[in-house]
Every structure is written in C-alpha cells, then in structure tokens.
Design a protein around this ligand. Structure first.
Ligand SMILES: Cc1cc2nc3c(=O)[nH]c(=O)nc-3n(C[C@H](O)[C@H](O)[C@H](O)COP(=O)(O)O)c2cc1C
Length: 374
C-alpha cells in the first residue's frame, strides 16, 4: 500500500497535539489525587478521543528516572516507541511521535523500529530526537552525558545521519564515522515517505542541529514578545542553510465555564497542592544541564513548572483559552501541544467548547467525518 505523506506536513491549520500522556503526572507536578495516571488504558482512551476530534499528534516524553518528591513525578513512564506502535495500531488519522535519546538507542535498531511502525500505521509515525541533558538519567543508564553541547550534538548528528542513510539507501553500505563503525548494513523495510522530525534544543549548538535536521523545533513560550523575535530568527537560520523549519510550543490547559473556576483550580493543583520538592528538582536539573528556558525568568518559570512543566498557560473560559491559542498563532507558532491535569476527563470540554471557536477564527478546520465502513 502506498504511504500518504504524513499529515503533519500537509496541514495549513494551526497544529494541535498532546504532550507527555505517557508519563505519570503528565505535565503537572501536583499531589492532587486526580493527577494523570499514565496507564495504557488511559492512553488508549485518550488517543481514540483525540483521533476522533481531529487532533493532529501525540508527543511522548522519554524518561528513565523520576524527579523525586512525594509523587516521584515522571517515575512511571511508558516507553515511547512501543507506546507509539500500540496507539497507531488502534487509531486512524492521528500522528504519534516516538521520542529517542540518541545515546541510549542504537541508530540501526531505531531506524528499523520506526520503519516497522511506519508500515503498521500507514505513515503516521514521527520522531523526536533528544541529544540528552539530564545527567542523573544518563548515570542511571551507565552513560556519561558530555558536558559540552558540541559533543552532544556532534554525536546526535552522526546518529541521525545513519538513520537517514538507512531510510534512503537501497544498497548495503559501510559507515566509518567518529562514533560508529558499521559493516554491510541496509535498512529494509524503509519508510515509504519522510517522517516528521522534531527537535527541542534550546542551546546555540542544539538549534544549529535543529535547523539542519528537524521539520519542527519546539521551544517554550514564556513571553510572547520574545517568541516573535525568536521564531523569526530561527526561520531565518533555517533559510540560511537552505531549509525551512516550523516552530511549535507546549501549553497547559485549565478550561472551565468561568474564569474564577479555572483560576481557583489552577491555584489548587498548581500552588496549594504542587509537589514543590519535585518542582525544585526539575528546575535545578533543567538549569544545570539544559538551556531550554531563559535563565532570567526563574521565579515565573518555577510556578509554570508546577502547573504545566513550563508550558504556556491557557487558563480561563473557552473564549479565553481560544484567545490564548490565537495569540500563539499570531506570535508565529505553527502549533502547540496541550496538556491537562487529567487529559481524558478534561479534553472533551475543550473539544466541545474551544475547538469550534478556533474553527470560527479560521485557524483550524472542522475534523472530517470518519468514512462509513463498507
Ligand atoms: C517540547 C520538548 C520535548 C522534549 N522532550 C524530551 C524528552 O522526551 N526527553 C528528554 O530527555 N528531553 C526532552 N526535551 C529536552 C530537549 O530535547 C533538550 O535536550 C533540552 O531542551 C535542552 O536543550 P539543549 O540540549 O540545547 O541544552 C524536550 C524539550 C522540549 C522543549
């Protein structure tokens, strides 16, 4: 069967996805009892809801140890390649990304895993490439995180070049690189069309990697006036190397019939009942090893880390949440992920009340009806 071009490339609407539903707590570092349970059952329920509503993609986090605190935030994590395969086998249209740490996964194995899932899903798998930043996690895997970004991204570049070679070359080849020596290797099967590639680097070195290799670069939206300039600069950087890249961000949704209900719930789960010990571990690690968040906005970021892992806050009535999404669109973002304290419980309210407003504003089209079974 011919594989269609992945819909992430075709959509001229503002892309919507979810983030981190494979991880305990999702994007919310909270102790409230209704915090996200990342069981397979819940992920499958969510995927079916999203697919039927015309949501574009699901993005997982690859994580190997939790952040401690009372809840051990992200202590329970479904492995992303197997998770993606299972979800894609059970859905129709949605793209599901796998997230891969280059240092922990051999490129020949990953190339074949993803080519296999491409076949399972008829072209709906994508790849988020992670060059690594979380030092204790590397230690847990018996790996050493290189201190300098040149080495991290130099390794990632060779890793990714091998994956691309396996996905495109039709004759067996040898590889004599700095990090890999391969003999007589061939990728078969190969994906039938290019996979959408995500990278979420924040550092200068990382962003060079992203504009050279990724179709979508993820970056936090902390201050939208900064985002506008950042997006323009990234697009220019991509043009300078003859490529084009779209910029995505991640948002956390608290949508209720009234603004005061939404704000009260945010205060309840994201402040009064935040797992502050886990939040501080997360912030400390981010600031020690990664350059994803602007370091001068620490206080704001600490609150946002608790409420939505640093995501852009979409808090309020459906009208206010829709307006927040429109403002991301106006800043130049191509799309955003969404997260909720309890994705399955809260997404239907968003679907019924916010998606129609986005259609009215012309930034998304209504989902197409499922074909009637013969
Ligand atoms: C949207 C998004 C998704 C990410 N997903 C993961 C992930 O699943 N696993 C991980 O270890 N790091 C993840 N990262 C971290 C980035 O890949 C990157 O290592 C980090 O932002 C640091 O950037 P730098 O390497 O340029 O300093 C993610 C970051 C963002 C913003």
């Amino acid at each position: 069967m011919e594989s269609p071009r992945n819909r992430m490339f075709d959509r001229d609407t503002f892309l919507l996805g979810t983030f981190a539903s494979n991880c305990s707590g999702g994007m919310t570092v909270t102790k409230v009892p209704e915090r996200w349970q990342n069981s397979w059952t819940n992920n499958l329920k969510l995927a079916k809801l999203l697919d039927a509503a015309g949501i574009d993609f699901m993005l997982p986090i690859a994580r190997w140890i939790g952040y401690g605190g009372e809840t051990n935030f992200h202590g329970n994590v479904l492995e992303t390649i197997t998770w993606a395969a299972g979800l894609l086998a059970n859905t129709r249209d949605i793209t599901v990304f796998a997230t891969t740490h280059t240092a922990a996964n051999h490129p020949v194995v990953v190339a074949k895993q993803l080519a296999t899932i491409d076949e399972i899903s008829n072209g709906r798998i994508g790849l988020n490439v992670v060059a690594g930043w979380n030092k204790p996690e590397y230690e847990a895997l018996g790996l050493t995180l290189p201190d300098d970004h040149e080495t991290r991204y130099g390794y990632a570049q060779e890793w990714f070049d091998i994956v691309l070679a396996l996905w495109s070359r039709t004759e067996a080849f040898d590889w004599d690189g700095k990090y890999f020596k391969l003999r007589n290797v061939l990728g078969d099967p190969r994906p039938l069309s290019p996979l959408p590639i995500i990278n979420a680097a924040g550092s200068e070195e990382g962003r060079k990697f992203a504009v050279r290799n990724a179709d979508f670069l993820f970056t936090p939206a902390i201050d939208l006036s900064r985002s506008k300039d950042e997006i323009a600069a990234l697009k220019q950087q991509a043009r300078d190397v003859g490529r084009s890249v779209e910029v995505l961000t991640f948002s956390h949704v608290v949508c209720r019939p009234t603004e005061s209900e939404a704000r009260a719930y945010l205060e309840h789960f994201g402040k009064a009942n935040a797992d502050w010990e886990a939040v501080d571990n997360l912030v400390r690690l981010q600031f020690a090893h990664a350059q994803s968040f602007p370091h001068d906005l620490l206080a704001l970021i600490r609150d946002r880390m608790a409420a939505g892992h640093g995501g852009f806050p979409l808090t309020g009535t459906p009208e206010q949440v829709a307006q927040g999404i429109v403002s991301l669109h106006e800043a130049g973002f191509k799309g955003t992920t969404l997260s909720f304290v309890d994705y399955v419980e809260e997404f239907p309210y968003f679907r019924d009340n916010v998606l129609p407003l986005l259609e009215q504003r012309g930034i998304r089209a209504a989902p197409q009806a499922a074909p009637v079974a013969a």
